[in-house]
Structures are given as structure tokens and as C-alpha cells.
Write a protein that binds this ligand. Sequence first.
Ligand code: F6P
Ligand code: MN
Length: 311
Amino acid sequence: MTLQQFLNSKNFNSEINQILLNIEAGSIKMYGKLNEETSDIFGPSGEKNIQNEEVQKLDLIANDIFIDVFKTNSNIAKILSEENEHTIDLNNNGKYLVAMDPLDGSSNIDVNIPVGSIFSILENKEGGFLQNGVDQKLACYVIYGTTTMMVFAVDQATHGFTLNTKNKQYILTHPNISTPNTGNIFSINEGNFNSMEKEIVEFINYCKELNPNGKRTHTGRFIGSLVADFHRNMLKGGIFIYPTTADRPNGQLRLIYECNPIAFIAKYAGGESTDLTKNILDVKPKNIHQRTAFVVGSKQMVNKLLSLYKV
Ligand code: F6P
Ligand code: MN
């Protein structure tokens, strides 16, 4: 079943369908840039973004591609992008807001490791982009990996589509994704080990405990692209942790266009997420580029970590 056929078979509103088709179109262009172009699209652009991070050429290409597709949609009022300090006004009367990380994991582009694009769709209402994640209408990511996949949560379910690269159509390959209740993968940048809260250290040590036969109980996987780390863990069962650290006292990941959409997708796949004080989807954002500590994954694993904070 193609994405279009899937949308025809559902009763999502036409505006949501249109936004999904915009993301489809933009992501197919991105697939082309990443996989079919040999021109000079790699490497740093020489610019820094609002977070003082080096901007890669492909960050800007991705940003332009997705802004251009959303510009064709009169239902979108504003775009918030990781690459732009201010929000971008499109249509005053538009019913929806789009927040995006157009190219997630961009430090991995030049070394042939999967990257992604992340989207959070909110209603255009009071509060603007500063709405709780639980009120998202649609959350979506695209992973450009060994295959290109589009995964989204809408109407209380999470679905995954794989790009047929010959005819450039997304095919429903992962209907109603349900993440395992527990798993054996833990994903964290252990370079931060010595500046993390003691509960996180305790959890990592718990993951490293051996079973009675002296064999490992967990496996460590951290690729450095949030989308790819999350996608793997969602399908296999695991936990992703990016806590506050000495280098990132407020956490590394952005609440509105990274954590919220990933948490929304996790929720409707049966997973859990937290900022280590409350469910991430219940956090009221204070500013558009806000960072947060972020934990997402299999329910039992997230609850095990949270239980260490209670003793
Ligand atoms: O977008 C931020 C990001 O690149 C994520 O994709 C990834 O999970 C994280 O940062 C990696 O951060 P660090 O390099 O500190 O491990
Ligand atoms: Mn990112």
C-alpha cells in the first residue's frame, strides 16, 4: 500500500494529509541529494547556527527543501526550524504550525552514517509553538539510512513507510508499530559519564551488570543521530538517554522539534518518555529553541531509570 493509498483509506483531515504529502515530497528530494548527487553538497557551510553549532551545507539544503515544500501549503501558518533563529511566517490564516529539525545528526553526514528529518505539527492557536507536546496533531521523522523510511504518529497510532527508490513511492511496511515493553539496548554518549547525575551513572552500571552465567545483560548502542538511535530502539526495544551534562547543563536536545515529536511517536508505539522530572509531553515550553534532558524508550526500562530517582 502506498502512502497515498493509506491516506485514502483513513479519515485524517485533508490538511494533515497535505502536510504528510509535503514531507513525502521534501524527503524524496533529500533522498536524492544524499544518494544520487556527487556534487559538492558535503562539508561545513562556514556558518554557525543559533546554538553556535557548525552548520553543514546539507543542513541548509535540507532547510531550504522543506521550507519550499511547506510554502506550497496554504494551511501552514508558520515554520520553526532549528536552522532559523526566528519563526518563518507563511499564511496568516493557516490552521497549522510546523516545527522541524530539517537534518538531524548532521555531524554524521560526512562519515556515511544515517541522518534524519524531524517534524512536529501543532494547531495554530494561542501559545503558538509554546504548546505542550501532548497537543501535537502529527509527529513525523524520516530516516535516511540503509533504506529511507518515513515514520509518523497521528490519530493515536504510529506507522512506518519505506521508500521504493526505483519509483520514488513510500510503501507501508510497518503498520501500527508497537515497541517492545522492555529491551536490552541502552543508548547514551558515555563521554559524558563523569558529569552525569548519579542516578544515570547507577542506571548505566545496572545495564552493565552480568547475568549469573557471567554474560552481558544489555548491549550499548549510540550512533549520534537521534533519529537513528531512536528508530532502532523503537523496533528492537531499548532506552535512549541524553541527560544534562557539564557541557550541556540544560541537555543537548531541543524540546519542540526533536524531543516532542520523537516522544509522541514513541507514545503511540507504546513507549515512554521523560525529562527525568515529568513526561516530556507535559512540559510547557518557555522558548522556541529550548533544550531539555531527554529519555525515551521501552516502558519498563524508562520506569527502571525513574525508580532510581525515587529512592
Ligand atoms: O541534533 C542533536 C544531535 O546531533 C542528535 O541527533 C544526537 O542524538 C545528539 O545531538 C548527539 O550529541 P553528542 O554529540 O553530544 O553525543
Ligand atoms: Mn537534531
